[in-house]
Design a binder for this molecule. Structure first.
Ligand SMILES: NC(=O)CC[C@H](N)C(=O)O
Length: 252
């Protein structure tokens, strides 16, 4: 079956295009019953409060929670990561509904407002060991969240060293200090807990397909003996083992 992409708001088209580059069909999901047609799901970045209101309007929360509980692979990028968190702080007044499932606390706008958005190369040891290619990945952080605390089941896949004079929110993240440098806080920006994957940045806005390829392998149960369930689309390179394309971020 195909990969679903929650298509209420945000960068769902970009995820579908990234999947297509890997030869996989992404299916837009707007209604609860459409989740029956897919075996995995991407929740894109966008604006989580708006996305939550739309999800509520379409009565999607119970079906999304059920999808997560059934152990189906779900990847949340940015606002999608906020959706998957068990707890979010920095929410608008009145809060917002979350899907939950990922045992962590997220700060919704950890790095500040829209104009504090940035790009940075982040170290991605787990991704590089599974997908090959460079040890770093170009992280596009757009009014990005960060993970403040994780539970024991959560695997940290990437951290970003933020100079502590730029840290807007104090968290128990690890502090590192070298001589003659500004102390840095290592902030968690990518996590995995079983079937759930979360990235605070936007891999769908870069030409490096390794996070999509990594998720497709989760979705295909590679290494767990499950049979392949992803639909390949014609015309694109359907190999998931192709060397990563690292030419540029789509948006620079
Ligand atoms: N690029 C993004 O998805 C930003 C998410 C944003 N911080 C929110 O609250 O929704």
């Amino acid at each position: 079956m195909a990969v679903g992409v929650l298509a209420l708001q945000g960068s769902f088209n970009e995820h579908i295009a990234a999947l297509k580059r890997l030869g996989v069909k992404g299916v837009e999901i707007r209604k609860p019953e459409q989740l029956h047609n897919v075996t995995s799901l991407i929740i894109p970045g966008g604006e989580s409060t708006t996305m939550a209101k739309l999800a509520e309007y379409h009565n999607l929360f119970p079906a999304l929670r059920e999808f997560v509980k059934m152990g189906k692979p779900v990847w949340g990028t940015c606002a999608g990561l906020i959706f998957l968190a068990d707890k979010a702080i920095g929410q608008k007044t009145g809060g917002q509904e979350l899907v939950g499932g990922l045992d962590c606390t997220i700060h919704r706008n950890y790095f500040g407002s829209q104009i504090q958005s940035f790009e940075a190369d982040i170290l991605v040891p787990e991704l590089a060991s599974k997908e090959g290619g460079p040890e770093t990945f170009r992280g596009v952080f757009i009014r990005a969240p960060a993970v403040l605390e994780v539970g024991p089941e959560v695997e940290v896949l990437a951290m970003y060293p933020v100079p502590s004079n730029k840290v807007l929110y104090s968290s128990p993240a690890v502090e590192i200090q070298e001589e003659n440098t500004t102390p840095e806080k290592n902030v968690i920006v990518a996590v995995r807990q079983g079937n759930l994957l979360g990235t605070a940045f936007h891999p769908e806005l870069t030409a490096d397909s390794r996070w999509h390829s990594y998720f497709l392998k989760m979705a295909n149960g590679v290494g767990q003996g499950a049979s392949s369930s992803i639909i390949a689309v014609g015309g694109a390179d359907s190999s998931l083992n192709q060397p990563p394309r690292n030419d540029l971020p789509i948006f620079q």
